[in-house]
Design a protein around this ligand. Structure first.
Ligand code: PLP
Length: 378
């Protein structure tokens, strides 16, 4: 993208667009919305609507996509985490919903595997809940979870994401939590695609699951999805959409605009009809292009990786071998970042490799990336 092609809105503000080969990260704008989604949002902006009716209707679309009793469009996965925690503490008791984040008189402990601690888990505590860890670092045994329950436990949280260890696994976690009569709430923010994950965790017995709307689903960057069991979802509504009660709930600072609600629904419906394999093949052919361009450089090993636990979609990964004589991975990343357009690549995660995430690389940008990589590596 040359300066002439930068969207005028960004140019006027003096903000430079970037080539995003780092994934659906918040820091680079999530994902881009398809024209159909933008048109739906435009249209939504032309009329007033009863927001409760709109929320319930949008929620039904979410529930259908997730195979859950009920759904809700939230202001991102983080907001959904706040609402899941709140729902597990208050149930459908409106007085309790008004009381949060003061949890006096409520069960307020959320159990979380130590290996699942992450930069977003503060959202659970935002509600007033307390996280109680179990396990040792990146490992846990079923008895660690068993012995963590107290009479204050309101939920067991579970996190699924790249490079995040699974501990005792979701199935065992659900089994143990349910034996204690405690719900399981899941942060699966970036786990879509594949589409099947929208309903997979609910099918496994999870009580509530949260996804980002502005990552792989292609909705507004500040939207998300929450799906789950009827009683807990009604509780989530009570904590977020008590629109006419005297005191707004904990969800008030996380309201979703009518435009975002409609945009999220449009994106989700499009996504449900998308040929995922064609999209993934597109990522693969861009990966192949870059790998071919970097082929045969002494000291570098370029591999196309596609492990769902670590990598989001097929992508070229550049490993710097012992006989590599050129700039370090950090220097290469910096050179790419400093150039114009600025190119942001993945931070590796295994041994300081550079991974070029394809999910947000637009057609033709793979050529720019390959060219700039060759310069930066020389
Ligand atoms: C992105 C992400 C979040 C935050 O999601 P938002 O939709 O940006 O609020 C939470 N948890 C994990 C694991 C994530 O990857």
């Amino acid at each position: 993208m040359t300066e002439q092609q930068w969207p005028e809105v960004y140019r006027k503000l003096g903000v430079k667009p970037v080539i995003n080969a780092q994934s659906w990260v918040t820091s680079l704008g999530g994902s881009l919305m398809r024209p159909e989604v933008l048109r739906a949002m435009d249209e939504a902006a032309t009329a007033y609507v009863d927001m409760m009716d709109l929320n319930r209707a949008a929620g039904e679309v979410v529930a259908r996509a997730c195979g859950s009793d009920m759904g809700l469009v939230t202001a991102g996965c983080s907001a959904a985490e706040v609402l899941m925690a709140a729902a597990c503490m208050t149930g459908d008791d409106e007085a309790r919903a008004e009381q949060l984040p003061d949890t006096t008189g409520m069960k307020n402990e959320i159990l979380l595997f130590s290996g699942h601690r992450n930069r977003y888990d503060g959202a659970f505590e935002f509600s007033g809940a307390k996280i109680v860890e179990f396990g040792h670092g990146d490992s846990a045994r079923p008895y660690h979870l068993e012995s963590a329950f107290t009479d204050q436990t309101c939920a067991v949280a579970f996190v699924i994401g790249p490079f995040i260890k699974q501990g005792i696994g979701l199935e065992k976690t659900i089994e143990i939590a349910h034996a204690h009569g405690v719900p399981v709430i899941i942060d699966a923010a970036a786990e879509v695609p594949p589409r099947e994950n929208l309903s997979k965790f609910i099918k496994m017995g999870a009580d509530m699951v949260a996804f980002s709307g502005g990552k792989g689903i292609g909705g507004p960057q500040s939207a998300g999805l929450l799906a789950g069991r009827k009683n807990l979802m009604e509780a989530a509504y009570a904590n977020s959409l008590n629109l006419n009660s005297p005191k707004a709930g904990i969800g008030r600072p996380m309201k979703v605009s009518k435009e975002n609600l409609v945009g999220m629904v449009a994106a989700l419906e499009l996504y449900m009809d998308t040929d995922e394999s064609a999209i993934i093949e597109g990522w693969r052919s861009k990966s192949d292009y870059i790998a071919r361009k970097l082929d045969g450089i002494k000291g570098l090993k370029v591999v196309i990786e596609d492990t769902p636990t670590d990598r989001q979609g097929p992508q070229p990964v550049i490993y710097f071998e012992r006989d590599w004589k050129g700039p370090s991975p950090a220097e290469v990343r910096q050179t790419l970042l400093d150039g114009e357009p600025s190119i942001r690549v993945g931070g590796g995660g295994i041994r300081n490799e550079i991974n070029i995430v394809m999910v947000n690389v637009r057609d033709g940008e793979e050529k720019v990336i390959a060219e700039r990589l060759l310069e930066a590596l020389s």
